[in-house]
Design a binder for this molecule. Structure first.
Ligand SMILES: NC(=O)c1ccc[n+]([C@@H]2O[C@H](COP(=O)([O-])OP(=O)(O)OC[C@H]3O[C@@H](n4cnc5c(N)ncnc54)[C@H](OP(=O)(O)O)[C@@H]3O)[C@@H](O)[C@H]2O)c1
Length: 215
C-alpha cells in the first residue's frame, strides 16, 4: 500500500519507518522539503521514506496519516489538499493539546466536539479514522514491546471499510486488542483520555505505557 505520513515529528518518523519496515511504500509530508532536510539529517539517512510536500505525499498515497501538531492539523490538511484526500482513508493520530498554560496541557476542543470530528467535517470526502492517539509513538509502532502486546488500542470513524483497512494496518504493527468504539464522535472520549494520560506520565516516570480494557 502507498502511505502518506503528514508530519516530521517523533510520530511522523516512527510511523513512517514502521510502515516501510512492514512492507509499505511511504512518503512523508512537510511544509518545506529543503528547510526540513536542512534542519533534520534523519531524512537523508532514510531515503526510502520519500520526503515531499504535504500535497505531494497526499497525492501519492492510498492511505494518508495525519501526524501534525493538533492546532495546525486542519491547516496542514488544507495544504495536503481536499482533492488529494477525497475518497481516501485518513488516519488521524493528532491530539488537540493546548500548552498555553504549561503542563499538563488542556484540550482546545472537548466535551461537545473533537479534533477528529472537526477534521471529518472540514474534509467530508475523506474517510477519517481516529486511532493511536492514546499512546506514545514507541508504543504505537511496537505494541508488543509492552507487556507482550496485551493492551488495548481504540479506533473510531464513520466508514466501516476504512476502519477495516486501519485495523489491518494496526495488526501489521502487532496490535491485537483493537476496540472499535463507533462513529467519529467517539473521538471525544479518545482525545479526552489525554487528560488522564498526561497525569499518568509523571506517575509512571516514562511514556511507554498503555491501558487494557478488561472485559
Ligand atoms: N509524540 C507522541 O508520542 C504522540 C503520541 C500521541 C499522539 N501524538 C500527536 O501526534 C501529532 C504529532 O506529534 P509529534 O510529537 O510527532 O509532533 P509535533 O511537534 O506535534 O508536530 C510536528 C509536525 O507539525 C508540523 N507543524 C508544527 N508547527 C507548525 C505550524 N505552525 N504550521 C504548520 N505545521 C506545523 C511540523 O511541520 P513541518 O514538518 O513542516 O516542520 C511537523 O510536521 C500531534 O498532534 C500529537 O499530539 C503524539
Amino acid at each position: 500500500m502507498k502511505i502518506g505520513v503528514l508530519g516530521t515529528g517523533a510520530v511522523g518518523k516512527r510511523l513512517s519507518s514502521r510502515f516501510a519496515e512492514v512492507g509499505h511504500e511511504v512518503s512523508v509530508g512537510t511544509r518545506d522539503v529543503a528547510v526540513t532536510s536542512e534542519r533534520d539529517s534523519w531524512f537523508a539517512e532514510h531515503p526510502e521514506l520519500a520526503l515531499r510536500t504535504h500535497a505531494e505525499a497526499a497525492a501519492f498515497a492510498d492511505v494518508v496519516l495525519n501526524a501534525t501538531a493538533g492546532d495546525v492539523s486542519i491547516t496542514t490538511l488544507h495544504l495536503a489538499g481536499a482533492d488529494n484526500l477525497a475518497g481516501k482513508v485518513l488516519i488521524d493520530v493528532s491530539n488537540p493539546l493546548d500548552f498555553s498554560n504549561g503542563y499538563p496541557p488542556m484540550l482546545f476542543v472537548k466535551d461537545t466536539s473533537s479534533l477528529g470530528e472537526q477534521i471529518q467535517r472540514e474534509f467530508p470526502e475523506a474517510r477519517v479514522v481516529k486511532t493511536l492517539n492514546t499512546v506514545n509513538n514507541t508504543v504505537m509502532a511496537e505494541p508488543k514491546q509492552l507487556g507482550g502486546g496485551d493492551h488495548t488500542m481504540f479506533l473510531c470513524g464513520n466508514d466501516a471499510e476504512a476502519k477495516t483497512v486501519v485495523t489491518g494496518l494496526l495488526a501489521e504493527f502487532g496490535w491485537e486488542d483493537i476496540m472499535d468504539l463507533g462513529g467519529i464522535e467517539m473521538a471525544r472520549g479518545m482525545e479526552m483520555y489525554l487528560a488522564l494520560w498526561v497525569r499518568l506520565y509523571p506517575a509512571v516516570s516514562h511514556g511507554n505505557f498503555n491501558v487494557k480494557v478488561v472485559r
